[in-house]
Ligand binder design. Structure first.
Ligand code: DGP
Length: 113
């Protein structure tokens, strides 16, 4: 498996991991776009939103719930934060392993696109 996020999840390459359990993993983005920039991923290799099966839909809910907990932990929940999932070429998805960006720690741009 040459997926970079799978390799972080299995410990084959280092990642600045802030949370992990049986289903999910969260680590700091290597190229942060905000003072706090975490990536939340499922351990399972799901390439994108498009490949989430109906049975796997709860994973997304769990990722969002974890994001809020981590935002609190990182001290950005009170001031606010942004959650982003990029999909496809024009949506800006580069890594083909489902991930949720958590961005916070500054007043984010009003522009989304
Ligand atoms: P996206 O464009 O949505 O596919 O975002 C991929 C993000 O992953 C991007 O912000 C940079 C980050 N990233 C890519 N490779 C690595 C890596 O090896 N380690 C970490 N921590 N982050 C990575």
């Amino acid at each position: 498996m040459d997926c970079i996020f799978c390799q972080i999840a299995t410990g084959k390459i280092p990642g600045d991991i802030v949370y992990q359990d049986e289903e999910l993993l969260a680590f700091r983005d290597i190229n942060p776009q905000a003072p706090k920039h975490l990536l939340i991923i499922p351990r399972k290799h799901i390439p994108s939103l498009a490949e989430l099966s109906p049975a796997e839909l709860p994973i997304i809910g769990n990722m969002v719930a974890l994001a809020h907990k981590l935002a609190q932990q990182e001290g950005v929940a009170e001031t606010g934060y942004r959650l982003v999932v990029n999909y496809g070429e024009w949506g800006g998805q580069v890594v083909k392993h489902l991930h949720l960006h958590l961005l916070g720690g500054k007043k984010l741009s009003d522009k989304l696109g």
